[in-house]
Design a protein around this ligand. Structure first.
Ligand SMILES: Nc1nc2c(c(=O)[nH]1)N[C@H]1C(S)=C(S)[C@@H](COP(=O)(O)OP(=O)(O)OC[C@H]3O[C@@H](n4cnc5c(=O)[nH]c(N)nc54)[C@H](O)[C@@H]3O)O[C@H]1N2
Ligand SMILES: Nc1nc2c(c(=O)[nH]1)N[C@H]1C(S)=C(S)[C@@H](COP(=O)(O)OP(=O)(O)OC[C@H]3O[C@@H](n4cnc5c(=O)[nH]c(N)nc54)[C@H](O)[C@@H]3O)O[C@H]1N2
Ligand SMILES: [Mo]
Length: 843
């Protein structure tokens, strides 16, 4: 096996000695340099002019193409509430940050895994041929598996990639790497890390990703809707699959009902959200991170004013009696009165009582977001929200109870009666070549602790009732995600990253993750390849074809082909592809749904007709549905998935884990840092939220130059700041400001706004890390990455989830000459090093 590979490219000896010269066999012919349009392809779009219907995380659209160039984008006519973000999608193909060629970091090219890793981030790269890049990649996997075993290879970190049932970048990575050897995997995600661990104990399901009660029923039955730390109007713009934006029609109806005083909507949020502006209603301006005291005081009011549902507690829940001594202060000497909470959460006691009474006065739907569980002790928020809903006793009734997923994936839109497509799978059933021992180390890590793991090999942490012993990571592979945006405490991360010997990044944008990688491989975008996807997420409104819009740019390859060719190097190509071409896979996904459709009375055309003529199928309407209704109707036959089958207000399983920071029932814990008089607020008084961007999906679209110009301020990421805080600091809208704490500093463009309460500011996550001096810990970020400022600690021993959403900062007007933004122009290619291409212009 090995010889077969070695013959293809660099010899092992040369590779290990860090030589870059490769044998003639690895020199790719003229095709490498020829325009892609010259390559024979049966379905070439090289000179195509016309319209192509396609889809994305931002919705479906028609791409207008002229002579093989995508020139304009118009929303799909079925989408009645398209987002302006689709304007930025075309630029993803053409922008200056596009990864054009396989590239290797200069010092890694010289010294391989023994490179000087302090140079990571200096952005100096050398173009190499595909065959050489993939050889390097493969040899490193081999080396790490042989020398250290699976726990040194981290290949399970996934992210938001792109839509498409076939080209799931993370799945492809795990399938290909998994065919070579077992590896270190991850547990959980950044989105709902705390809620998805605690809620199964409390409510029997994750609750976050599930469908919610149908909007028509909520609109019909709710008297009050409490939207707790959630902004659906902002967040429903995007979807994991192609969103149909159908919930917006219901928000229109809700706005009408609010106007006519038929439904009262209350927002518990430190900021006037887009949803509040769209729908109307009243804001409860809670101090950041203090929602649990507010909820406890609501519970206290419901209890002392006898407004709670004893029958529901008795029949559907367990443990209220173990929670009560805490609520009443018998266990800790602190009675959780509205007066007590008022001092912490900044809302006066009478307003808290009124809120509790309002919630108990009729049918109340509580809609919880995820931001609050993406904070320290985020488990408590999720748990306590369920407890308040349980005390109100309306769980399982239309328009009542709790839900945690209304801002996500078209939730609340009625699910169609159509079939579901499967997708490309990360596992094959074929044995890997390497199946070594994890040597007593954990074979997974809670995902948000991954930098902690790199920094502290051998350390053991508690997680969800288990001990997790961190292995020593040597090599990490990223595909379809961007850890140098999504992970916390960038400066710590930069230092820690140096311990990795080899980092591979597969992407189509030259992200900070690529800059901090050693081997960078250019992927195609969705729009340069064929795929298929579900239209509508929870709504499953139909199926949409995602045909190629334009030919692949530069030397970009489809993830499928990248990993297929990697697998070829260890004789697993056939196992990877199962002998099928991309179109055969796509047809298989479609036909699977077609067969399923027959069983449920939904007729679909044959694949050829769908692909060549229809491109879109709409499924028949489904029926309305109430979350938790079956449990309410028949708690014995349809128990929840908890230990007792009931809602667990007190949870023995969690109590038995004996964690100080997550105990047997929801509690208030002080934070390591908090605004409004909380810890460290004397030094860094402002709470910086890093909520999900209004104009992007995380870091995606940030590199779209024209789109970015629609929201950037003085070229920088906006920082939203209250009128009061701005005035106190002499800051005006349009000013460049320095946002800082003792973890780092960023430049940003000020937007002064009355929507923000004093003491609260916001930089949307996903702003590209743009260091002034690349690779130097502590250097200022010239664009405004909020994760320079966030803390890298776990939510608690239970979930070890990220606490990205909240950090303490100070802001001052920037008076110096602002340095240019560094992040968006791709690598500095080094032209004089690769003997394969001595005279090549590397652009
Ligand atoms: N401060 C702070 N940090 C946060 C959060 C927060 O609220 N605050 N939120 C967290 C949450 S909830 C999440 S989900 C994460 C999101 O973190 P990520 O999932 O890492 O974010 P994305 O920006 O979507 O990164 C996807 C990457 O995949 C690349 N990509 C797209 N399509 C393809 C493809 O077809 N092939 C390949 N190979 N690559 C592709 C994109 O160019 C992009 O670089 O961020 C987390 N980080
Ligand atoms: N446009 C857009 N939509 C997205 C995404 C995106 O990147 N862009 N990402 C998607 C993904 S992966 C995820 S995980 C979800 C994230 O969904 P969430 O985590 O629910 O959303 P966020 O936007 O972070 O925050 C929602 C609200 O929380 C409020 N908030 C912040 N701090 C506090 C607090 O201390 N108390 C209270 N009560 N409220 C607070 C904010 O003001 C904001 O209105 O969004 C999804 N939707
Ligand atoms: Mo997320």
């Amino acid at each position: 096996m090995a010889t077969q590979i070695l013959n293809k490219g660099v010899s092992r000896r040369r590779f290990l000695s860090g030589m870059v010269a490769a044998s003639a066999a690895s020199v790719v012919g003229t095709s490498l340099l020829a325009p892609r349009s010259a390559m024979a392809a049966t379905d070439t779009k090289a000179n195509f002019s016309g319209e192509v219907l396609s889809g994305s995380h931002w919705g479906a659209f028609r791409a207008k193409v002229e002579n093989g160039v995508w020139v304009d984008t118009v929303p799909f006519e079925k989408d009645k509430h398209p987002t302006t973000m689709i304007d930025g999608v075309r630029e993803v193909v053409y922008n200056p940050a596009r990864v054009k060629y396989p590239m290797v970091r200069l010092d890694w090219l010289k010294h391989g895994y023994k490179s000087d890793t302090t140079q990571r981030g200096n952005n100096r790269f050398v173009r190499v041929p595909w065959s050489q890049a993939l050889d390097f990649f493969y040899h490193e996997m081999e080396r790490v598996q042989n020398n250290y075993g699976p726990s040194a290879l981290y290949a399970g970190h996934t992210g938001w990639q792109s839509v498409g049932k076939l080209h799931s970048a993370g799945t492809m990575m795990m399938r290909a790497i998994g065919l070579h050897g077992t590896f270190l995997a991850k547990m959980g995600d950044y989105s709902t890390g705390a809620a998805q661990v605690v809620l199964p104990y409390v409510a029997g399901a994750m609750e976050v990703y599930e469908q919610q009660t149908s909007w028509p029923l909520v609109l019909e039955h709710s008297d009050t809707i409490v939207i707790w730390g959630s902004d659906p109007i902002k967040n429903l713009q995007v979807g994991w699959l192609v969103p149909d934006h159908s919930p917006y029609a219901y928000f229109d109806q809700l706005a009408e009902k609010v106007k006519n005083n038929e439904i009262k909507v209350i927002y518990v949020d430190p900021v006037v959200s887009d949803t509040q502006k769209f729908v109307g209603g009243d804001q409860v301006k809670v101090n950041p991170q203090t929602d649990v005291p507010l909820m406890l005081a609501i519970a206290h009011t419901l209890y002392t004013e006898n407004l709670y549902n004893k029958e529901f507690l008795a029949n559907y829940t367990t443990g209220f009696n173990q929670f009560l001594p805490y609520l009443l202060g018998e266990s800790d000497g602190v009675v959780k009165t509205p007066e007590w909470a008022a001092k912490i959460c900044g809302i006066d006691a009478d307003t808290i009582r009124e809120l509790a009474r309002q919630m108990a006065s009729g049918r109340t739907q509580i809609i919880g977001g995820w931001c609050l569980q993406r904070m320290q002790h985020g488990e408590q928020y999720a748990w306590m929200l369920v407890v308040v809903a349980a005390m109100l006793g309306q769980i399982g009734l239309p328009g009542g109870g709790f839900g945690f997923g209304w801002h996500y994936n078209d939730a609340g839109s009625v699910t169609s009666a159509g079939p579901l497509m499967s997708g490309f799978s990360g596992v094959t059933g074929v044995d890997p070549i390497h199946n070594g021992s994890y040597k007593g180390y954990s074979n997974f890590i809670p995902v948000a602790r991954f930098v902690d793991c790199i920094e502290n090999p051998g350390k053991t942490i508690e997680w969800n009732g288990h001990s997790v012993k961190f292995p020593e990571m040597k090599m990490a592979i990223f595909c379809g995600n961007n850890p140098f945006h999504h992970h916390q405490d960038r400066n710590k991360m930069i230092k820690t990253w140096r311990k990795l010997e080899t980092v591979v990044s597969v992407d189509h944008q030259w992200t900070a993750t690529c800059r901090f990688a050693d081997i960078v491989l250019p992927a195609t975008t969705t729009h340069e390849r064929n795929d298929i996807e579900q239209y509508g997420n929870h709504s499953n409104a139909g199926i949409i074809a995602l045909p190629k819009v334009v030919e692949p740019m530069y030397e970009a390859k489809d993830d499928f082909d990248i990993f297929r060719e990697l697998c070829r190097r260890y004789d697993r190509e056939e196992a990877f592809t199962e002998g099928k071409s991309q179109m055969e896979w796509i047809e298989q996904f479609y036909n699977g749904a077609r067969l399923q459709g027959r069983g449920i009375g939904v007729r679909m055309s044959n694949f050829k007709k769908f692909w060549e003529e229809e491109s879109f199928i709409e499924f028949p309407e489904g029926t309305e549905w109430v979350r938790h209704e079956s449990f309410r109707n028949e708690p014995d036959l349809e128990p929840l998935g908890t230990a007792t089958g009931l809602i667990e207000i007190y949870c023995k399983t969690i109590a038995d884990m004996n964690y100080d920071d997550c105990q047997g029932h929801p509690m208030w814990f002080e934070k390591t840092e908090r605004s409004h008089g909380g810890p460290r607020s004397d030094k860094f008084p402002l709470n910086m939220q890093s909520t999900h961007p209004k104009h992007r999906l995380h870091s995606q679209l940030c590199s779209s130059t024209e789109h970015r110009a629609t929201y950037a301020v003085a070229d920088r990421e906006p920082v939203y700041i209250s009128t009061e805080d701005a005035k106190a600091r002499g800051i005006k809208s349009g000013d460049i400001v320095r946002v800082f704490n003792d973890r780092g500093e960023v430049l940003a463009g000020a937007v002064v706004s009355d929507d923000y309460m004093s003491g609260v500011c916001r930089i949307h996550e996903g702003a590209w890390y743009s260091p002034l001096e690349g690779g130097k810990p502590g250097t200022i970020c010239t664009y405004g990455d909020p994760n320079v400022l966030t803390q890298d600690i776990g939510s608690s021993k239970l979930a070890q989830a990220t606490i990205a959403a909240s950090a303490q900062v100070e802001i001052e007007k920037y008076t110096g000459t602002a340095p240019a933004v560094t992040g968006f122009h791709g690598p500095t290619a080094v032209t004089d090093i690769n003997p394969l291409f001595p005279a090549m212009d590397l652009e």
